[in-house]
Design a protein around this ligand. Structure first.
Ligand code: HEC
Ligand code: HEC
Ligand code: HEC
Ligand code: HEC
Ligand code: HEC
Ligand code: HEC
Ligand code: HEC
Ligand code: HEC
Length: 350
């Protein structure tokens, strides 16, 4: 008489191997793909190896039987069909394209992420290239798409000459694996930037110079225009993505054009209002426009001068920056960047 016992258990569980050994049965193992484990990518074990390298998922899988344990995903996958499979489960050893935009577009998932605006992180400084799913995959090689963004799960782990594949501490750690001088990714070099460009100096500035980076040693008491909005505190790190968005903006340099695209710690009641951020040309004392960059509307999302009202008035702290918020010092005809830019060592920089 022939019979099979099927033990369904994770292969990583020692009990699994013990039972297999004791019962001397061929072991069928539990799924590799699971949202709880954060792994959706197929491996050469797919269908006991038989299904690896096969592109036509429809040949073996029946749509309505899939994804019963993940209702948030089931519906959208059924609507979009078999073109989506490799987007979440990887290429399965084929040359198939991994589709992202089929779901992550303005109609289906408009807020996740917000992708409006003509500039985006297209890996090219000189041109605005069209967005492709391949760009998304560069940064998100193995997202578990559970609705929660997690640095360690949802960002591609780049191998770095200096630190190898050490897990990211935070999102900035991810950015500086490419935005550095001397140990860039071979596959994604910074090609179009000069030596002094922030694209190359970001790491150094973030680690040693910038006030928003890790070099936060000074106390605030001595500051001229102190005050931060609810959600932000002194002696902390401000993430690159609080100010820069990867997914789409009207502003140059990928500066967010709306509070919903960055400032992640800002009091939700304020952030959710979708406060606009426009980088304005400056005005001189005659109220004429001059060609300089006024970042007030960005800075004022987090900074809110808290000093006595007379001085506040004097320094322009009551001046509406144009998006409804006030609280940064207003320098007539001044380019904020002359005193506040990445790597600026005097005047407190950026
Ligand atoms: C030749 C048949 C065949 C093809 C083609 C096929 N699969 Fe599978 N797949 C299987 C079998 C068999 C299993 C294991 C039984 C099950 O879970 O249904 C499986 C399991 C899976 C699993 C769960 C794996 C795990 O370890 O948890 C996923 C996800 C999956 N397939 C996705 C795909 C995708 C995506 C494609 C197309 C790129 C595809 N399959 C093409 C046969 C196939
Ligand atoms: C939006 C991401 C996403 C897409 C697209 C997607 N899946 Fe899945 N799939 C998942 C998740 C998440 C799980 C794990 C469910 C769990 O943890 O129980 C899963 C699990 C599976 C499984 C294991 C059995 C099950 O139903 O849970 C199979 C088989 C599978 N997917 C096949 C497919 C096929 C075929 C397609 C294309 C029609 C597809 N998937 C498209 C996210 C996706
Ligand atoms: C240069 C790297 C990079 C590229 C390219 C990129 N992303 Fe992101 N993505 C990030 C980072 C960093 C975050 C976390 C900060 C944020 O939410 O803006 C993120 C967050 C997300 C989120 C979570 C948003 C939320 O608030 O929960 C989604 C969804 C997403 N990305 C999808 C995409 C899609 C789709 C594409 C392609 C159009 C893409 N990303 C391209 C780096 C990138
Ligand atoms: C079948 C539709 C579908 C496809 C295809 C798809 N996604 Fe998603 N994705 C989702 C859904 C649904 C969510 C969760 C949204 C939510 O609940 O807020 C999500 C969430 C995300 C997140 C946010 C982090 C997280 O864990 O939730 C990222 C990043 C992301 N997707 C990247 C991608 C990338 C990159 C691709 C292409 C390789 C892709 N997605 C393909 C539907 C899809
Ligand atoms: C995989 C490598 C890689 C990662 C990771 C990466 N970038 Fe980039 N980034 C590039 C490349 C390449 C360019 C274009 C440089 C060029 O054309 O010379 C670029 C350009 C930029 C630009 C200038 C864009 C413009 O059009 O003005 C900004 C700003 C930027 N990145 C910020 C970030 C931030 C913030 C992160 C982290 C959330 C990040 N990058 C992660 C490789 C990367
Ligand atoms: C002439 C140089 C100069 C220019 C131009 C300038 N600032 Fe400043 N900024 C300073 C100095 C000095 C400080 C205070 C440093 C200190 O307190 O030690 C400061 C501080 C700040 C702070 C931090 C307040 C805090 O929390 O301590 C913000 C925000 C700020 N400036 C915004 C702006 C904006 C927006 C512009 C452009 C409209 C601008 N600055 C233009 C010199 C300048
Ligand atoms: C996402 C929120 C946020 C935005 C946007 C922001 N800042 Fe800040 N800023 C902070 C936080 C938080 C600190 C405190 C950092 C620390 O002490 O470690 C800070 C500190 C500073 C300091 C040093 C203050 C001191 O006394 O040490 C200056 C100067 C500054 N910011 C200028 C600016 C300028 C100029 C802009 C706009 C271009 C800006 N910030 C945009 C959150 C932000
Ligand atoms: C507080 C807001 C803020 C934070 C945080 C921030 N940046 Fe910036 N970034 C700016 C502003 C404002 C500019 C334009 C002025 C300048 O060049 O310094 C800029 C410029 C840049 C540029 C040049 C863009 C171009 O096209 O010329 C790059 C690249 C860049 N930042 C990368 C980063 C990286 C990487 C991080 C995190 C390590 C980061 N930034 C953190 C506000 C910020």
């Amino acid at each position: 008489m022939k019979f099979t016992v099927v033990i369904v258990m994770r292969r990583s569980n020692w009990l699994f191997w013990l039972l297999c050994l004791l019962l001397l049965v061929p072991c069928a193992y539990a799924r590799d793909v699971s949202q709880a484990d954060g792994n959706l990518l197929l491996t050469p074990n797919h269908g006991q190896g038989e299904a690896w390298g096969k592109a036509r998922c429809i040949n073996c899988h029946v749509m309505r039987r899939l994804h019963n344990s993940v209702p948030e995903i089931k519906e959208i996958v059924e609507n979009k069909g078999f073109a989506t499979c490799t987007g979440c489960h990887g290429k399965n050893g084929t040359q198939a394209i991994q589709q992202c935009l089929i779901c992550h577009n303005v109609n289906d998932l408009p807020a996740n992420p917000p992708r409006t605006g003509k500039h985006r992180h297209d890996f090219n400084l000189k041109k605005d290239l069209p967005t492709t799913s391949a760009q998304c995959v560069m940064c998100h090689a193995a997202s578990d798409m559970d609705g929660v963004f997690e640095v360690r799960q949802d960002l591609t782990l780049f191998n770095d000459k200096l630190v190898g594949t050490r897990a990211y501490k935070d999102v900035n750690d991810f950015c500086v694996r490419c935005h550095n001088n001397g140990h860039q990714q071979k596959k994604w070099p910074i090609k179009n930037a000069g030596k002094r460009d922030q694209s190359k100096l970001a790491e150094e500035n973030y680690l040693f110079v910038d006030k928003h980076g890790v070099s936060d040693t000074e106390k605030v008491e001595s500051s001229l225009y102190p005050g931060l909005r609810d959600g932000y505190v002194y002696n902390s790190i401000v993430d690159c993505v609080d100010c820069h968005t990867m997914h789409g903006t009207e502003n140059a340099g990928l500066i967010i054009d709306n509070s919903l695209k960055g400032v992640f710690l800002l009091n939700p009641a304020l952030r959710k209002q979708g406060i606009a951020v426009e980088i304005l040309d400056g005005v001189n004392t005659n109220n004429e426009l001059v060609d300089i960059a006024d970042y007030s509307q960005l800075c004022v999302l987090c900074h809110d001068m808290q000093i006595d009202n007379e001085n506040k008035q004097k320094y322009g702290g009551n001046h509406d920056t144009g998006n409804g918020l006030s609280g940064v010092h207003f320098e007539y005809g001044s380019d904020c960047v002359t005193c506040h830019s990445h790597g600026e060592r005097v005047q407190k920089g950026l």
